[in-house]
Design a protein around this ligand. Structure first.
Ligand code: ZN
Length: 123
């Protein structure tokens, strides 16, 4: 298995025993290496490291990928969300598409509910 490095900009500055590597007179605190990480799409060993990265690169990243300069709008045409109808109790809940603006509900099959490509929203 290949080991990945935590992408946290300060990971090596957190002085924990598992980061202390090297031989007797040549020890250093090093960036964590693991086969997988839980945070930030598998790139960070901790939320601290994820936050450190964002502190360093957040503004650059947002400017690179596009900074919002006006509000986004949830409108009737794209306000459909998959939900459950609990009206008949937990055991007989049913799948529905719920429009967050109009509150309209439309029945969904379980297959449609689980299909990530199925949508009533305009794209
Ligand atoms: Zn880290």
């Amino acid at each position: 298995m290949t080991l990945k490095f935590c992408q946290g900009t300060c990971c090596h500055q957190y002085c924990t025993q598992d980061r202390l590597r090297g031989t007797k007179n040549n020890k250093t605190f090093q960036t964590r290496r693991r086969t997988s990480f839980y945070y930030g799409q598998g790139n960070f060993c901790s939320l601290n490291c994820q936050n450190d990265w964002f502190e360093t690169f957040g503004n650059k990243s947002i400017d690179h990928f596009g900074r919002l300069t006006e509000p986004k709008h949830l409108r009737e045409e794209n306000a459909w969300v998959k939900d459950y109808n609990w009206d008949n109790g937990y055991d007989s809940r049913s799948y529905v598409y719920l429009n967050k603006i109009t509150k309209e509900q439309r029945p969904l099959t379980e297959e449609q509910f689980n299909d990530n490509n199925y949508t009533l929203n305009e794209r």
